[in-house]
Ligand binder design. Structure first.
Ligand code: ISL
Ligand code: CA
Length: 538
């Protein structure tokens, strides 16, 4: 029945959502206590970032046991209660499936070090190049090389992410069987599906050195290869047993590569989360930020809207800096926050709303590297230091791009620690929580939050917005206009991504504007977003 085409999916970063016991760490009972809030907002499913047992080198993306809940977050009984309580409110649960790598604390890795162990082949082990050098010249996603020497086994193992995250070896069929069992374990508990972490790099064809010179040497040996597609078709069979949903995070893909991962006839994933639209403010890598170019952003969105059977739409997640300072305007915080909400909730595809986005959180305002927790930021800071990049420039790069921008605790109220915890939060609360918080916005019919709630409801009531076709109308340096259409009914969106007023040729009956106005004559105010209809919907 493809429920995921009709739902808004809300992403929770459990560590930062709601603490229930004062230890400063968000947890599952905390999430349960906020389910009524999420139901009120009108979302249909929750994607939980990893809650499995983990030594937290990468905050849960280093899993040490897929069948145990991290005690910091609660117990299996809490998790089962969450699934039940969510279902009672019509909310489905989607788990994060991290299967490219495990923690080096996982028993597969620990036991696999021993000679003759059945787990001896679960990872990519290598003696090195014979001259005492690393097995190959690949570089990792978090910077630097991607081989670590294990003194017990006297061999190197591959890690495309942190050194505590060892890549699983899918050349060994036993690994895929383990993964299928893990999926069944969670599907039996009643989860509705999975968000699959870095899913298009599972299969490594060979460990040969790379000819690439640019960032991420080695990519050609593992990016979206046929071996990965084969694995995905097998995982699909498990999902089909339960009629479950899968959305894969796919790195470095073009629309046609994405279509091969989630096209209707492929029988692989239902949808993918991709990155091209997040690259309109960078040179080459995300650390080298440039001025955001709205026109490039619109063109990119248009291309994806047109080339994929079905899209996902997201402007934020736990790896990306917050969207208002990035694609909107700090000066027009509220207006641009509402404009981005219109974009997120009216394009064709499944919207993914990230915690805090609905109140316009702006993230991170730290001043020192020791306030930063993220393993990637710390690695990059170390590399930049070794390259003698001046401290000021280094800090500017970290402050603008660090993943901790999106990981500061949810701002529930203007009270101590933003209502997130009664204790000391694991990561600092943004100092603007007196100005940006849910409690105030919930009482204010003109707030960003009220706007989100209204648009979620509008989307729910409108077949055109959920299922209609997409047609681009205008994409200039400033204005993005598009139409959604279904069975003769249509809605037109016009968005002004600028501090200056703008003109458009589009006309229609005003359905929504983030400015108080009665009709629409073609002039848009700064950061104005309008939804126009042809009658009926108001
Ligand atoms: O941060 C990034 C995007 O700008 C990427 O380099 C990111 O590491 C990549 O998208 C993969 O992300 C996923 O897997 C990582 C984990 O650290 C991220 O949190 C997760 O979303 C390794 O499991
Ligand atoms: Ca807690």
């Amino acid at each position: 029945m493809e429920w995921w085409k009709d739902a808004v999916i809300y992403q929770i970063y459990p560590r930062s959502f709601q603490d229930s016991n004062g230890d400063g760490i968000g947890d599952i009972p905390g999430i349960i206590s906020r389910l009524d809030y999420l139901a009120e907002l009108g979302i249909g499913a929750l994607w939980l970032c990893p809650v499995y047992q983990s030594p937290n080198a990468d905050n849960g993306y280093d899993v040490s046991d897929y069948r145990t809940i991290n005690p910091e977050y609660g117990t299996m009984a809490d998790m089962e209660r969450l699934i039940r309580e969510a279902r009672r409110r019509g909310i489905r649960i989607i788990m994060d499936l991290v299967i490219n790598h495990t923690s080096t604390e996982h028993h597969w890795f620990r036991w696999g070090r021993e000679k003759g162990s059945p787990y001896g082949d679960y990872y990519y082990w290598s003696r090195g190049d014979g001259d005492g050098g690393l097995p190959n010249n690949w570089t990792g996603f978090f910077g630097g090389d991607c081989w670590e020497f294990d003194v017990e086994r006297c061999e190197y193992y591959l890690h495309l992410f942190g050194k505590e995250q060892a890549d699983l070896n899918y050349h060994n069929p036993a690994v895929l069987e383990e993964v299928k069992d893990i999926m069944r374990f969670w599907l039996d508990k009643g989860v509705a599906g999975f968000r699959c972490d870095v899913i298009n790099i599972l299969w490594k064809d060979s460990l040969a050195s790379s000819k690439r010179r640019a960032a991420l040497t080695g990519l050609e040996h593992y990016l979206s290869l046929e071996g990965t597609h084969k694995i995905l078709r097998q995982l699909r069979q498990v999902l089909d047993e339960y009629d479950a949903f899968s959305v894969g995070e796919a790195v470095f893909v073009t629309p046609s590569m994405a279509q091969d991962l989630c096209g209707r006839d492929r029988r692989e994933l239902d949808a993918v989360l991709t990155f091209e639209h997040m690259e309109c403010d960078q040179y080459l890598v995300k650390w080298l930020k440039r001025k955001f170019r709205p026109k490039a952003f619109f063109d990119c969105l248009i291309q994806w809207q047109q080339e994929l059977d079905w899209n996902t739409i997201y402007l934020e997640n736990h790896d990306q800096p917050r969207s208002i300072p990035r694609f909107g305007s700090r000066k027009y915080w509220k207006k641009s926050g509402k404009l981005l909400a219109v974009l997120l909730l009216t394009l064709r595809g499944t919207p993914f709303l990230y915690q805090g986005e609905e109140i316009g959180m702006t993230g991170f305002d730290f001043t020192r590297i020791r306030q930063v927790n993220d393993v990637e930021s710390r690695n990059v800071n170390r590399i930049l230091t070794n390259l003698h990049v001046p401290a000021k420039l280094r800090w500017r790069m970290i402050a603008r791009t660090s993943r901790d921008n999106a990981r500061t605790p949810f701002q529930w109220s203007s009270g101590p620690q933003g209502g997130f915890t009664t204790g000391r939060p694991w990561l600092g609360v943004n100092h603007n929580c007196a100005k940006v918080n849910l409690a105030d916005q919930r009482q204010d019919p003109d707030s960003i939050w009220s706007w989100y709630r209204d648009l979620c409801a509008l989307r729910k009531s409108s077949d055109v917005l959920r299922r209609g076709s997409f047609q681009p109308l205008e994409a200039t340096k400033q204005v993005f206009a598009y139409r959604r259409e279904l069975e003769g009914e249509s809605l037109t969106m016009v968005l002004n991504f600028s501090d200056k007023p703008a003109q458009t040729g589009e006309r229609g009956q005003l359905v929504r504007s983030n400015y108080p106005r009665r009709g629409f004559d073609g002039t848009l105010q700064p950061w104005e977003a309008v939804i126009l209809g042809e009658g009926g919907l108001t």
